[in-house]
Design a protein around this ligand. Structure first.
Ligand SMILES: [Zn+2]
Length: 258
């Protein structure tokens, strides 16, 4: 059994063949999927999928690029659903910032405020966080270090530097995805061996970040095999052991199964 802890199955790119996508993934041993909340507009689709498929769970939250659309009273309707397992993906993304100094300041302040709100909410609900970190390791670290609750969470989009590894002592996990298979993934390849193995989880971020050799095409959970293959190469831990350990980790974090 493998868990894809981060796949946007509510994305419109799957609307015509979601059944095939899930069937192909199950044939590869993936039998649990978590849809992170990113765009509030597709949340209803995520809920619908979680009701159609036993294997599908979801999270509620707003991506940093959508921070201005954060509306807690709308999102609140979804968190008590039995298949809601986390808050997120929330976080900080400084990859695409506006031009002027002043606008940059505003944008960062907005992202931070909405990130902290979602962290506090997760703490109140006793749910783990799904955290998006891009070009923002230092700020993300200091906010999580100060505010995150004991439920911890997973750090996704891990192009991050080592400062984030310190969060493993605060119950944070590290999502490994297709980036690991990229030729230019030096940063992640260097950090990867330093992540404690009891803190690794698998994620595809489908339909984004498609692993080599399908890079450029639509990603889907069945491609997780390429990520696990690369992890085996880098660590000489066998694929089936990686699958077992990452699944145990994801169960502990999202499903409180130890
Ligand atoms: Zn994502």
């Amino acid at each position: 059994m493998i868990i894809d802890t981060h796949c946007h199955l509510d994305d419109a790119r799957y609307k015509d063949d979601i059944d095939e996508v899930i069937t192909r993934a199950k044939a590869e041993g993936i039998n649990r999927f978590i849809i992170p909340g990113a765009d509030p507009q597709t949340l209803e689709r995520a809920v619908e999928l979680s009701e159609l498929y036993d294997e599908v769970y979801f999270a509620v939250g707003v991506h940093p690029y959508d921070a201005q659309n954060y509306d807690k009273s709308f999102l609140e309707k979804f968190v008590s659903h039995p298949k809601c397992v986390a808050i997120g993906e929330c976080g900080l993304d400084y990859f695409r910032l506006p031009e002027s100094e002043e606008k940059i300041k505003e944008e960062k302040a907005l992202q931070k405020r909405i990130f902290i709100e979602q962290i506090m909410w997760a703490k109140e609900l006793k749910l783990p966080l799904i955290v998006h970190v891009r070009d923002s390791s230092e700020d993300s670290f200091s906010i999580l270090n100060e505010y995150a609750g004991e439920e911890g969470g997973v750090l996704h989009c891990y192009n991050a530097n080592e400062v984030l590894l310190k969060l493993s002592s605060k119950n944070f996990y590290y999502g490994i995805g297709g980036v690991l298979t990229f030729k230019n993934a030096k940063k992640l390849i260097n950090v990867y061996p330093k992540i404690p193995k009891e803190r690794l989880v698998l994620e595809t971020d489908a339909p984004y970040l498609t692993p080599h050799p399908y890079r450029g095409k639509r990603n889907e959970p069945s491609y997780i095999a390429y990520i696990v293959g690369k992890m085996e190469n880098l660590s000489s831990v066998e694929e089936n052991v990686i699958a077992r350990e990452t699944t145990e980790n994801a169960k502990r974090l999202f499903f409180k199964i130890t």
